[in-house]
Structure formats: structure tokens, C-alpha cells
Design a protein. Structure first.
Length: 328
């Protein structure tokens, strides 16, 4: 009899423990169903970025909370997702671009998903920049874009350069700030621009422009901050950057130079993580990210063009954000 009661007791305890684990897991899964975790970068998720207001509006609309994790720039976001590939933590990645897209697509960490309305809201050429021309599946969805350009302090007293070759002239010695391609997507953009314009002679150009570079900054914020502090009259950034100064009443001192060489474009995209803990929430977030409501926040927070072509641009963009010829 003792053995019989012992077996019943153990069975009861085991049932209680299993029920407790299942109940705990059930609560955890229920909570996760009401949260979307987004890996992104600080200028999107931070106080001045589009992220906080997008999260507020999304939660208001869907009841799903958005939790941002500032992982770093595009390469770092992708590296973290790859590291967690077997057991994903994030649902969505925001901040991959056309220069990290091929690596992202080959990594196997992205789920294919085309947000509702994407075909009519987003120009096909932007989507192709991220997924490849003629791609049968869509993994990355554009949310903003701009061309890389040199921003010029028009009060510096220097003549404005008109092409990349001008920047190698003696009058621009130690007058240019660029960013490190190892730590900045703007640095990557600068290098890709030179490669697109000079092709097999790019290395020669990099050697010739070296004397014109004052510093190679670790990030865009550091480099552009040095530029606006007057440490150099030229800085690599985006054609849309001067719109910020116009919008906030700082005048048109800073100009985006349109070069005769043409310019390369950065397209930033978002994607759902393969095996996302909250797949349905991730899909809803992607749908919302390209909506008119969310995209209208992009110009005056990210200082880029919104991917949604229906969004009306602020007057500061018409005044100070030129659209140059694109080179590949």
C-alpha cells in the first residue's frame, strides 16, 4: 500500500510541477504575443528619431507594445541576428541597407514578407535596391532613402567643388571630414561612391584624396558635429542633411553639393526575423512602418526621404534637399 500511495503522491507532484511549467510558459507566450522586439540603431529608436512616436501610434492602433534594442548600425544589427539565429530574440530588424542587404539575404536570418500595400506605396526601384532586381520574394522592405553627398559650408570662403576630382586639389588640403567604413554606414557610403565613380581606379583616388582629409570620424554624429562646429568646411553626409538646418531656422549656410560624377544612394530597410517569437505582431509592425501615418514622421526625424511615395515633404526639403543623378 505504501508503494501505491507513493506512486500516487509522485504522480500528483509531477502533475502539479508540469502544470506549473506549462502555466508559466503560457503566461510568457501570452505576454510575448503583445510585444514586438525590434533591433535597430540609436538615431531611429532615440528621443529625436521616428521610433518612439511610431511605437506609440502602433500600440495605440494594435494594442501591441514595441520594445526597441539599440544594437548599433546595420552591420552590427545583422551580426547580432546571426549570432541568435538558432534561438531568435528579435522579431524585426530596422536599419539594414542596400550595402548590407546581400549579406543579410545570404545569412538565412530573414523571413520573406511583403507588407500590405507595399506594391502601391513603395517605388519598385527602392525595393529592388534591397532585394535584387527581379527577386521573386521580398525579405527587406524600404522605409527611407537618400543620396550620399558632401555638405559644404558656403561661408567658408572656399570655392565650392563641383566633382569628386576637385576634392583632391591643394585648396582642400585638410578641409574634409569623412567617416570610418568599419563603424559607420556613412563611411561605407563614401567608399562605395568612390568605387562607383572611379571603378578600377578607386584605389588611386583614395591615395590622392588622403591629403585633403582632416579626420576619419568613428561615426556620423561625431564627424558632422565637428563639421557644424567649424573644424572643416566639407563633410560627407546626405543630400537631405541641409533640410534640418533650414527647418530649424539656421539658414542655408550648409549646402548639399550635387557633383557632376553622380551620387550613390542609401536605401534603409526593415525585415522580419526568421523564427520570430511574435511573427503576427512583426507582420503588423511591418505593415504599419510603411503606412502614411508612420512614414510622415520620417522626413523631420530621420532626415531622409520617406519610402512611401504618398507622403508630402516639408518645405525645407524643397529648399535644401536636392535629388542628384544616381550612379551604381
Amino acid at each position: 500500500m505504501r508503494n501505491k500511495f507513493a506512486k500516487i503522491f509522485l504522480l500528483t507532484i509531477t502533475t502539479v510541477l508540469v502544470f506549473g511549467v506549462l502555466t508559466s510558459a503560457s503566461k510568457k507566450n501570452a505576454a510575448r504575443a503583445n510585444e514586438v522586439v525590434v533591433y535597430t540603431y540609436d538615431s531611429f529608436s532615440g528621443e529625436w528619431g521616428a521610433g518612439p512616436e511610431i511605437a506609440r501610434l502602433f500600440e495605440q492602433k494594435t494594442g501591441i507594445k514595441v520594445t526597441y534594442a539599440d544594437i548599433g548600425e546595420g552591420g552590427q544589427i545583422l551580426a547580432r541576428a546571426i549570432l541568435e539565429k538558432k534561438k531568435p530574440v528579435a522579431d524585426v530588424l530596422v536599419g539594414l541597407d542596400n550595402y548590407s542587404a546581400q549579406k543579410a539575404l545570404k545569412s538565412g536570418v530573414l523571413a520573406d514578407y511583403k507588407p500590405a500595400g507595399a506594391d502601391t506605396l513603395i517605388p519598385a526601384e527602392l525595393t529592388a535596391k534591397l532585394n535584387g532586381a527581379g527577386a521573386k520574394k521580398q525579405y527587406l522592405t524600404p522605409y527611407d532613402y537618400s543620396h550620399f553627398a558632401f555638405i559644404f559650408d558656403s561661408l567658408s570662403g572656399l570655392p565650392a567643388p563641383t566633382c569628386l576630382e576637385d576634392l583632391t586639389k591643394p585648396e582642400y588640403s585638410k578641409k574634409i571630414i569623412v567617416m570610418d567604413a568599419k563603424t559607420s554606414t556613412v563611411g561605407v557610403g563614401y567608399e562605395e561612391w568612390i568605387k562607383a565613380a572611379y571603378k578600377d581606379k578607386a584605389d588611386d583616388y583614395f591615395a590622392r584624396i588622403k591629403s585633403s582629409i582632416l579626420t576619419v570620424a568613428p561615426s556620423w554624429s561625431v564627424g558632422y558635429g565637428m563639421f557644424t562646429d567649424g573644424e572643416a568646411p566639407l563633410c560627407i553626409s546626405y543630400t537631405t542633411s541641409p533640410a534640418y538646418h533650414v527647418e530649424y531656422g539656421e539658414g542655408d549656410q550648409y549646402k548639399a553639393l550635387v557633383f557632376t560624377d553622380g551620387h550613390v544612394m542609401q536605401v534603409e530597410g526593415a525585415a522580419i526575423v526568421k523564427g520570430a517569437p511574435n511573427l503576427e505582431g512583426a507582420k503588423k509592425f511591418m505593415d504599419f512602418l510603411i503606412s502614411d501615418e508612420a512614414q510622415s514622421l520620417i522626413p523631420l526625424t530621420q532626415w531622409m526621404f520617406p519610402a512611401n511615395k504618398n507622403v508630402e515633404l516639408p518645405a525645407s526639403y524643397a529648399a535644401a534637399a536636392p535629388v542628384p543623378k544616381t550612379i551604381e
